[in-house]
Design a binder for this molecule. Sequence first.
Ligand code: CA
Length: 245
Amino acid sequence: MFGASSESQRGSRFCSYAVIMRVLVVEDEERMASLLRRALEEEGHAVDVARDGPEGVWLATENPYGAVVLDLMLPGFDGFEVCRRLRAAGVWAPVLMLTARDEIGDRVRGLDAGADDYLVKPFSLLELAARLRALARRDDRVRPVLLTAGDLKLDPAGKRAWRGELELDLSPKEFSILELFLRNPGVVLSRSQIIDAVWDFAYDGTSNIVDQYVTYLRRKIDRPFGRDDIETVRGMGYRLRQPRP
Ligand code: CA
């Protein structure tokens, strides 16, 4: 069933229903792990992969993931144990558990251990994407419906953003960076904080990429409006100006 094309939009425009997240995949089987990574990246997500239970727990407690795709049978300790340890550590990222068909009796145990949903192998990539979107929407219920600062407005669930009445046409990364700024108005964000939140763990390039994307973002949200809301804080990073009262 793998190989089914994903329904993602490959261009830089968002689908109105897409939810872009940083996702952790915990899967020891290499072929499956790389298929999952590719499929999720095509959806626009940033993806990290852990190869065993302990690494999965470590990454998920160190990084803010929007969702965890967790295989049941893993070296070290299994998916149930990963899930229990995450919940015990106060990590509440939605968990989608992957089980083989002959492990289906384990479904209830998985949900008991704190998984939010499960998917039986083999599954289609369309189904995986749909389940993740459903989990992300569920997670969004506790978040504010709209993030605002002055006349900047962003809808995290709907993936839309506006300056005043004008809708902004942002790429997924630009959108994620703007969302990060709007969640932290007036706070100086360092380049590495921005990379951690928006790019995945495998990203080992320079922090120049942040400067590049901030330039793109300014061209879309500031310059056309004669504004200068994204402020450079020399030697430290960037800050979204607090709106004037
Ligand atoms: Ca496995």
